[in-house]
Structure formats: structure tokens, C-alpha cells
Design a protein around this ligand. Structure first.
Ligand code: ACM
Ligand code: ZN
Length: 543
């Protein structure tokens, strides 16, 4: 980051106004911070007192524009091509670059891409004083504010800027999925990894296999409290998304520049599916949708052709709903216990000269990869898919640290870094003694802000590190309010890491200062958040 200049005491912006016009927001409050922000000294701000007119914003429907009251002869916000960043991020920047200039009589964006248009609009929203944001979902900005006379040039460092959500351990209503995506859009994340199937619940309607949701979406009890207590309630819990709802989410996300990556777990974490269709297991069952957390021995049988046919049928419908080029096939935490004593699995190993059950898992994943590749999609899976041989075109999500990611990158496979430390947002974050019960571990805001996705990766393989993602597993989050508390402010910190490929000038202290204003945006969105001052995080001592 060579060029970076933000010099604007807020007081300077509070020019004498005869009308009640809200003064401009300081651009340093933006999260993630744009790469280059210059305030043009002596130039007048834009005063947005009237509806706007989007000029040349022809492509698709940009949902963020819905917040801006529009009129034929309104204040012009002009979109043009002709921006190509040259030396940002040492030439390793991702698509989505734009420039944005605020003049007294217009706002001009230059960009070559839809991603650049989304990014510019997200920046523009953050330049609007928060008290002018819509107070209702789908509402409009309240006019009567200034926008600082800035020149912004901006480009993300990483192409994959993701957040995950597990809706299986606890089901989350569709309205919250929209709200989750709103939070991603605010922070210029561009991937939503939707974890849709698990031992504890199957959450997506599959028309060919209705029992997946009739049976697999519901459990008769759930574990509560700390894991060590082994307590269970006796409440029926569950829910699922209809295909229509899932398509709505895909569209809702797309209008905010976000791709939804569905995850269908295989061969493990599949007990809910086996409860619905026990014939897909090695033993034949019977099974219940899991009540407790953990890893379960009963998984899809790797020697039964019906299993592959079933998963292909599921994936046919998944591909029809989700246009994402990447489909997540899970692949994590699959015990080999049942396979070791299953005659069908052993026969499959013999037929294919597989030396052990790890190779059988690789055979399973590779077979599913061939199916998805034949339909124009690529697979991404958790780093266990490296064991027994990586499928030829697979991307890897490195969760057990970064070593799996480094290994995959050095094999010239694409990688998304999601190491448990610091990117599991189900861990404690500021002071375990004061926080709601979590799974354990401690990932402070400072840990997240210090994360570097390419650390330890040899420079010649940096191009394979697509980016990073935080994972939000919900065993210990029964409500969406609790999810929000676990996600923020850590997602804000991650957004900046992924955008800047590092930290803003002034480091953590400057980030905290930005958060002083930025939390008002979270509040305006009705979003809960945990303490964000770095010095308040006492968890390191508490651990
Ligand atoms: C995982 O946390 N099992 C990917
Ligand atoms: Zn088997």
C-alpha cells in the first residue's frame, strides 16, 4: 500500500450551513478502509438534498441503489469504464477495482466490472452519515447530508472474501440469512458459504428425496450448555429452506455482488440423511438425526452404487439452484470405522486397488468431482480431502491450521484459508468468563486483524491462495442474536485483512477508531456486536 492519505479533521467538514444538512462522515471510518483515500482540500463537498440519478448504471439490478431515492433529473452519480489500477498490492490484486470522485455537482465512479460497481456502491453507502440510512428494511436514505470531496482508488487484495454459516446445528430463519448477507455486502465480502447438511439436520429441500427434509430436517432433542455437561433438552428442533427460498437467497446475494456456495457434506457428517434413507449406510441403520455435537461413525457407504446415484441426484438439484462455479462437498471428519468392516466398502477397495480407507475416501470424492466437473462445476472441500490423494481439480479449504492449504497450493491447487485459529468465530473473543458459552478456544479481534492469508506460503504459490473465510459453527448459538454477537466485530476486522491484504496505517489503534463510528452502522442494521476495543480483550490472560 504505497499511496494512502487521509487528512481531514472532522471539524473541517462541519462547514457553516444555513440549512440543517448533516456534515460528511470522515472517510477514515470506512471498514474495510479503501486503499487510497484523498480528501481534496478546498473542494466543496457534495450536498445530497434531492434524489439522485444513476447515469450508465445499466448492468443487472444493483440492490444497494434501492436505498437511494431516484429521479430523472436528480443529483448525478455517474458510472464509467476506464479504470485500471496499476501497482496496487504488488500486482496481486483481485477483480473489482474502482475509483470514486466526489464533486460538488456529481459523483463519478470509474470501473470495468460489476464487482467494481458493487464495491463502489458499498463505499458510497459508508460515505452517507449513518443517521440518514434507511430505518426499515427496503427503505430509502433520508436526504439532506454532505459527502466529503474525496478521491478514492481501490482494489481488493483477495478474490475470495468469505463468511460461512452453519444453519444445521441451529436452524436460522430466512430473514436472518438476508440480514447476514446485508452484513457481508456492507463489508465487501463476496462469498457466502452456506453449510446446509449435517448430522444434526438437513436444511435444503430436495424434490427427488423428500424424506431428507420430512425426516432429516428435524431432531427430537438438542444438546445444551457446555459440552462437558452432556445436557440435552427434549425440544423438537429443525427447519429447512424450500428451493424457492434458496433461489431467493441466491438472487438476493447476487444483487449485492455475493456468490452463494452451498455445502453438501459427504461422506461424513451425514447422519440426518441416513436417518431419512438408512439404506445409504454401511449397516442399514436405523438412525436418528443427531441430538448432540461431535463426529459420528455412521457415514455414507462408499461401496454402494446407490449412494453415488443418490448424491448425484441431490447435486443435480443443488446445481440447478446455485449457479456458483464452486460446490462445497465437505469431506471433513469422516471416521473410517464402518468402511473397515463393511463388505461393500472392502469390495470397492479391492475392485479399485485401493490400499486403505483414506484412499477409499479419495476415490469417493474424486468420483463426485468427476460428476460435478462434467456439469461445469468445480469442487471445494475441507483439507481432509488431501488424505489419500487430492482429487485432480479440487480446491481446498484449510481449517486444521494453514498447513493443508500450503500443501495444496504447492500442488498448484486453489486454496481458501479458514484456519481454526483465528478464523473460527465460534471461539471466545474477548473474555471467556464474561461471554456466553462457546465451543472453546480463543480468537480475539486482534488475532483476526493480525491474520495474513499468505503467511508461510512460498511466494511462487501465492497466486493459489484465493483468499480466506471465517467459519461460524452454531452448536453453541441457538439464536441469530447470538450469531451476530459472535460475528461482529471480528468480521469487520477480517474484511479489512482481505481487502487491504494487511492492516490500515495506524494498525489496530486506527482500526478501533474507525470502529467507533462503524458500530453505528452495525446498530443501524440492527446488528449485535461484542466489545471492539483491542485493549478490552482479556481472553489471552483468561485462557
Ligand atoms: C470442520 O470444522 N470440521 C471443517
Ligand atoms: Zn460400506
Amino acid at each position: 500500500m504505497k499511496k494512502f492519505l487521509v487528512l481531514m479533521p472532522l471539524a473541517a467538514l462541519i462547514a457553516c450551513q444555513s440549512m440543517p444538512i448533516t456534515p460528511a462522515v470522515s472517510p477514515v471510518s470506512m471498514v474495510p478502509q479503501p486503499l487510497l483515500v484523498e480528501v481534496e482540500e478546498g473542494q466543496s463537498p457534495a450536498i445530497l438534498e434531492q434524489p439522485v440519478r444513476f447515469v450508465n448504471l445499466k448492468t443487472a439490478e444493483f440492490a444497494l441503489t434501492g436505498a437511494w431515492p431516484q429521479a430523472e433529473d436528480g443529483f448525478p452519480i455517474v458510472f464509467r469504464g476506464g479504470y485500471s489500477p496499476e501497482d496496487f498490492h504488488g500486482g496481486q490484486g483481485a477483480a473489482g477495482a474502482y475509483s470514486l470522485d466526489v464533486y460538488a455537482d456529481s459523483i463519478v465512479v470509474h470501473t470495468e466490472s460489476d464487482a467494481g460497481r458493487y464495491n463502489a456502491l458499498a463505499t458510497l453507502m459508508q460515505l452517507v452519515p449513518v443517521e440518514h440510512w434507511p430505518t426499515e428494511k427496503g427503505g430509502a436514505l433520508k436526504l439532506g447530508f454532505e459527502i466529503a470531496p474525496v478521491h478514492i482508488e481501490d482494489q481488493p487484495r483477495y478474490a475470495y472474501r468469505g463468511m460461512h454459516l452453519d444453519v444445521c446445528r441451529h436452524f436460522m430463519p430466512i430473514e436472518f440469512i438476508e440480514k447476514y448477507i446485508d452484513n457481508l455486502a456492507l463489508h465487501k465480502f463476496n462469498r457466502f458459504h452456506w453449510h446446509l447438511t449435517e448430522d444434526q439436520g438437513w436444511r435444503i429441500e430436495i424434490k427427488k428425496y423428500p424424506k431428507l427434509t420430512e425426516v432429516g430436517a428435524w431432531r427430537s432433542a438438542s444438546q445444551t450448555g457446555a459440552y462437558s455437561e452432556q445436557r440435552f433438552d427434549s425440544t423438537r428442533h429443525g427447519g429447512f429452506y424450500t428451493q424457492e427460498e434458496a433461489r431467493h437467497i441466491v438472487d438476493y446475494a447476487a444483487k449485492r455482488g455475493i456468490t452463494v456456495i452451498p455445502e453438501i457434506e459427504m461422506p461424513g457428517h451425514s447422519l440426518a440423511a441416513l436417518a431419512a434413507y438408512p439404506e445409504l449406510s454401511c449397516t442399514g441403520g436405523s438412525f436418528e438425526v443427531a441430538h448432540g455435537w461431535g463426529v459420528f461413525d455412521d457415514v455414507y457407504c462408499a461401496g454402494n452404487p446407490e449412494v453415488y446415484a443418490f448424491l448425484e441426484g441431490v447435486l443435480d438439484e443443488i446445481m440447478d439452484i446455485f449457479p456458483s462455479p464452486l460446490i462445497h462437498i465437505g469431506g471433513d471428519e469422516c471416521p473410517k470405522t464402518r468402511w473397515a468392516s463393511c463388505s461393500k466398502c472392502q469390495a470397492e477397495m479391492a475392485r479399485n486397488s485401493l490400499k486403505n480407507e483414506h484412499e477409499l475416501q479419495s476415490h469417493f470424492i474424486t468420483r463426485m468431482e468427476r460428476y460435478l466437473n462434467a456439469h461445469g462445476r468445480n469442487i471445494i472441500g475441507w483439507d481432509e480431502i488431501l488424505e489419500g490423494g487430492l482429487a485432480p481439480n479440487a480446491a481446498v479449504m484449510s481449517w486444521r491450521g494453514v498447513s493443508g492449504g500450503i500443501q495444496a497450493a504447492s500442488m498448484e491447487h486453489n486454496v481458501v484459508m479458514t484456519p481454526g485459529k483465528p478464523l473460527y468465530f465460534d471461539h471466545y473473543q474477548y473474555n471467556p468468563e464474561e461471554e456466553p458459552v462457546a465451543i472453546g478456544g480463543f480468537n480475539s479481534l486482534a488475532d483476526v486483524y493480525a491474520f495474513n492469508p499468505v503467511e508461510g506460503v512460498p511466494a511462487e504459490y501465492h497466486a493459489y491462495i484465493l483468499g480466506a473465510q471465517a467459519n461460524v459453527w452454531t452448536e453453541y448459538m441457538e439464536t441469530s442474536d447470538h450469531v451476530e454477537h459472535m460475528v461482529q466485530p471480528r468480521a469487520s476486522a477480517l474484511s479489512e485483512v482481505l481487502w487491504l491484504g494487511g492492516k490500515r496505517p495506524g494498525d489496530a489503534a486506527a482500526f478501533t477508531q474507525a470502529m467507533d463510528y462503524h458500530v453505528q452502522r452495525l446498530i443501524a442494521m440492527g446488528w449485535n456486536y461484542a466489545p471492539y476495543e483491542f485493549e478490552k480483550a482479556a481472553g489471552d490472560e483468561a485462557q
